[in-house]
Design a protein. Structure first.
Lengths: 213, 123
């Protein structure tokens, strides 16, 4: 990050504090294991050099909403936005601790993980109703986007009149189909990326500066 | 009376749902589903009610007990209500036929935009 960008960020933060303007909060929502924390970590690392939280193949690794404040990203044309990124636990309508045992966890640990995951989902829903100004809805491009939880969540976000940017993640995998995701939610802009490999995240940053202003 | 093995299905009419507040609807659905019944709503839930249903479902989950819900409905139909709605950009989202059951008993086999095929097992 060059000095000019850093200076612009400081000036923008100063004005926000001076005029009491609350920074926009962008929530990363989506089903479990879509890669939300991987993306949150990438955004935070790319623009602040920090990280948000750990990632895992076992679903429900993120069981608490985590917020990273005052991230400023700048697009190619120089336009920038400052926001808080809110990484949320994967939303689902069902959680069974036995699923975690299949990943090799002991029963006690699996039960604890399930309990924390249920609390995390409830917390994520609460944030969405109260404290979120825009949503990155993240989907695993190798999975069926028409799952009920996605239809419900996009409907809930739309009803709150929040801008939604659909992200088709895991696009590096051979059976990824961003076109299927686009066909499921044609009413919203979509970017296909691989947050793990960093493919196409620049386009995501461009869209974010244009869309969440 | 000899009991027949099976699953109870409760079909709740739009009129009955219209008389209930959001929390009453959610309690009615969850109490029913937690007893192992399948609930069919003639008219589905509003987005805000769905949001609260997810949140309260999470609070009811217990190890070796209730593990959550399976829910299926058709995609929302957006319909503009004539000239005034168009003028003010108003759109009406129509809640549609919805089936809700315990996650460990109700499984969706196939879902298309105009057909939902599900399988129910007894407890």
């Amino acid at each position: 990050m060059n000095l000019l960008v850093r200076t612009k960020q400081k000036i923008s933060q100063f004005f926000n504090v001076f005029f009491g303007k609350r920074v926009c909060r962008i929530g990363i929502y989506g089903p479990p294991n879509a890669g939300k924390t991987t993306l949150a970590n990438r955004i935070v690392r790319d623009w602040t050099g920090d990280a948000v939280g750990p990632v895992s193949e076992v679903p429900h690794e993120t069981r608490r909403v985590r917020r990273k404040q005052d991230i400023t990203i700048t697009g190619k044309n120089g336009s920038s936005i400052t926001f808080d990124i809110v990484d949320t636990p994967g939303v689902t309508t069902k959680i069974d601790y036995k699923e975690f045992i299949e990943y090799g966890l002991e029963k006690e640990e699996a039960v604890k993980r399930a309990r924390e995951a249920t609390e995390g989902v409830a917390e994520a829903m609460h944030w969405l109703r109260e404290d979120i100004d825009g949503v990155i809805y993240m989907l695993d491009a190798t999975q069926d986007p028409f799952q009920q939880v996605n239809i419900m969540m996009v409907g809930i976000i739309e009803s709150r009149k929040l801008p939604i940017l659909i992200v088709a993640n895991k696009n590096d995998l051979p059976d990824a189909s961003p076109a299927r995701i686009k066909s499921a939610f044609p009413q919203h802009p979509m970017v296909a990326i691989s947050s793990l490999e960093g493919t196409n995240v620049d386009e995501l940053y461009e869209k974010m500066t244009a869309y969440f202003r | 009376m000899e009991m027949i093995q099976g699953v109870q299905i409760d079909l709740i009419s739009a009129e009955r749902l219209d008389r209930l507040t959001a929390m009453e609807k959610i309690r009615l659905i969850l109490d029913d589903v937690m007893e192992g019944n399948i609930v069919v709503l003639e008219k589905g839930l509003a987005p805000d009610e769905q949001s609260k249903l997810i949140e309260i479902t999470m609070r009811e989950i217990t190890p070796d007990g209730f593990s959550g819900i399976e829910m299926e409905t058709y995609p929302v139909k957006e319909s503009s209500d004539g000239f005034l709605a168009k003028l003010f950009g108003g759109k009406r989202s129509e809640a549609r036929l919805t089936v809700i059951g315990p996650a460990n008993q109700l499984k969706t086999i196939k879902k298309e935009k105009d057909l939902i095929s599900a399988w129910v097992s007894s407890k």
